[in-house]
Design a protein around this ligand. Structure first.
Ligand SMILES: [Zn+2]
Length: 334
């Protein structure tokens, strides 16, 4: 440093200026290091965006069980018109903090006491203030569930998202998220398989824009729908050979939650189009959460375990009818 100053002795102001820049840089570096070390245990990373330095979530282990989904949903919906409206996402984030993301510990008693505490405090912020990961869980669960509840077409408040299998069509599924798959390269299963009959009408879970449509080596005939806020991508794969989609479906088109989009089948696992190479007819349903565009189409994709979400969505099924007897196409019952 002394040599550095000597070198610029003849230009004193320039050296002062350079030293100041160095100090500012070091102070800045120090604060970023603190932030990074604080968040070491939670899945945030720094964006390498030059214009806006922000952090975003890079992974979610969605462990909320059916019991907790049902209980918080009930509290939210039942309090909607009362003078204190509970938000199920806030409640779930509090529970995740309380249980360290282990929802096997969930009890209605704990939820009731949290709800009582929130009401007494008058807001969530007082209750959440000592919970280190509250903001993380709130942001993660909002990204997943923010469009599930709301005012519906009939102006009532409740569940707006639909089961991806049409009403009165049976299916079975099991907890298969993360199990290994052997076709192609070694990889894990990033969704939930819903086993049903070929031709079962497939329903859009949430409204959004058709993002992908057509053949994919793994998914066969598939539809990818991105939510209007861009945070969720729904993947419906292995659709029926010869007649995978409802007529006139195309990329860029808007879809409403509850609409019929296609038909269950067994296509996929082939480079060649329109090939049935899956042993058991099923819908592969996947849900990807996106916090930053750098998480799209890369190994940084966040797919969540939707098994409990499928169970939860059984309470809202779209009823359909055959709207075209010639083509055997189905539409939702209005
Ligand atoms: Zn699958």
């Amino acid at each position: 440093m002394i040599n550095f100053i000597k070198k610029y002795r003849k230009n004193f102001f320039l050296s002062i200026f350079i030293i100041l820049i160095l100090i500012i840089f070091l102070i800045n570096y120090y604060f970023i290091s603190i932030e990074t070390s604080v968040s070491l245990n939670i899945p945030y990373i720094w964006s390498d965006s030059i214009s806006v330095k922000k952090d975003y979530i890079k992974w979610i282990d969605f462990n909320v069980n059916l019991e907790a989904l049902n209980a918080t949903y009930k509290l939210d919906v039942e309090s909607y018109e009362s003078n204190f409206h509970y938000n199920w996402i806030e409640l779930l984030a509090l529970l995740a903090c309380k249980y360290g993301n282990n929802f096997d510990k969930f009890s209605q008693k704990d939820l009731d006491s949290l709800a009582k505490q929130i009401k007494e405090n008058g807001s969530i912020s007082e209750t959440a203030k000592n919970m280190k990961y509250y903001d993380y869980y709130y942001e993660a669960y909002s990204a997943i569930l923010c469009e599930f509840l709301g005012v519906r077409d009939d102006e009532t408040y409740g569940l707006k998202a639909f089961l991806p299998i049409a009403k009165n069509y049976s299916f079975s599924h099991y907890k298969d998220f993360g199990t290994s798959r052997s076709y192609g390269f070694s990889r894990t299963h990033l969704g939930n398989d819903l086993m049903g009959s070929i031709g079962t009408p497939i329903i859009a879970v949430e409204s959004g824009t058709v993002f992908h449509l057509g053949w994919n080596q793994y998914g066969g005939w598939r539809i990818g729908i991105r939510s209007f806020d861009g945070q969720r991508y729904y993947y419906y794969a292995h659709l029926r050979k010869n007649h995978p989609y409802v007529p006139n479906l195309e990329e860029g088109m808007s879809i409403n939650a509850g609409d019929v989009i296609g038909y269950l089948g067994m296509t996929g696992y082939s480079i060649k189009e329109n090939v049935n190479n899956i042993n058991v007819p099923h819908l592969h349903f996947g849900m990807q959460v996106i916090f930053d565009e750098s998480q799209v189409d890369t190994s940084k994709e966040i797919w969540i375990d939707v098994y409990n979400i499928i169970e939860f969505l059984k309470k809202n099924q779209s009823s359909v009818y055959m709207s075209n007897k010639e083509t055997k196409d189905y539409s939702r019952t209005k």
